[in-house]
Write a protein that binds this ligand. Sequence first.
Ligand SMILES: Cc1ncc(COP(=O)(O)O)c(C=O)c1O
Length: 431
Amino acid sequence: MNQRVNEAVWEMPEQSVASYVQAVMECYRQHINPSLAALMQFMGFDSVEVAAEGCVVRDAHGREFLDCLGGFGVMTLGHRHPRVVAAVKEQLDKVPLSSRVLFNEPQARLAERLAQVTPGALQCCFFCNSGAEAIEGALKIARLATGRTHFVAAQNAFHGKTLGALSASGRAVYKQPFQPLVPGFTHVPFGDAQAIADALTEDTAAVLLEPIQGEAGVIVPPDGYLREVESLCRQRGVLLIADEIQTGLARTGKMFAVEHEGVCPDLMCLAKALGGGVMPIGAIVGTADIWKCLEPNPLLHSSTFGGNPLACAAGVATLEVLTTENFPEKAATRGAQLMNALQAVQSDFPDAIAAVRGKGLLIGVEFTDEDIAGLVIAGLAQRHIIAAYTLNNPKVIRFEPPLLITEEQIATVAAAFREAVQQTMALVADL
Ligand SMILES: Cc1ncc(COP(=O)(O)O)c(C=O)c1O
């Protein structure tokens, strides 16, 4: 790997390292989430991360992993992008967390930059701390702006795991234990505009969609789908909310995935990559017209940490890097290379791999069987590649590395993937 993490970060005798790793994992088992700890170990991730840079994560043993998961889409700029780290360090020495009563400049600048880069008439922002929180806020704003309470969303969608976001999401296994959820959500097949037309009623406040479904297994809708949904929404006076939490900020080869079809939503939700892989931050961006509904009471929706100066400084630096270093183009070029490499493996293993699909550097590989996908992830981990399945479709392994992944690193990923599939299929044949 040509991008090596800081050599000086971790020096410890191997024996002490082993007991350090055991101690950290034991804390997970006793105090965090024992079954998550077991799952991580089963997937082959039985170590502790101690340093990261670019596309590379280093564990306590000094092993380097090529990161093809990127914190579930957070690491668009890679780990610890120097311009984002510098901006956050500078802000840390000024005002890290806001007084909340004086104006804060990083928040003002980030809102202004988002208004400039987002499509159409999007120009007002509410800042929060995560994707699910952005969805919650967007649902509330849509209800307030329209005076209606119902939503149309897509089957298998993933919008987060707080109550409102979960109600909008699609996978029963995450929803069932928490019933009753928020009422008023109708779910229709993704990619079918007629199904949306049929589901809209007098009570529909908004249609909520991911432009490309991420956790459903990287599902790209048919060409023209989003445009049709947009015009349906306009005709019926319904708002369109784009969940760009995973697809946004250059990941798919455009700054926002709705731009592939020239669509302008009324509300857009962002998070993940907005903090540049350094700070957590989420945002709802809406039109000035919609924002009027918040005017009667400025504290109708709020968040103590939302819009804090550290996170916003990271956001401003992130947008600077994305635009000046041409990240959308990087995603398109490297995405095509990775897609070709993965498709070449698919054509050699048609019994194992049903499809390879995606846009830019959001790529899903669908296996014919969920267990094969699990074993391939473990095989990739053995070869020091970090990957994971999509949350609402465990048959699909997603590849969403930092957009600065090199051609050489893509070749490394493809070779490891081929070996992992080969090894898994040999294992399955022996059963
Ligand atoms: C499309 C989409 N929306 C919302 C979320 C929820 O974001 P968070 O985990 O930050 O709450 C995710 C997370 O994976 C996502 O992919």
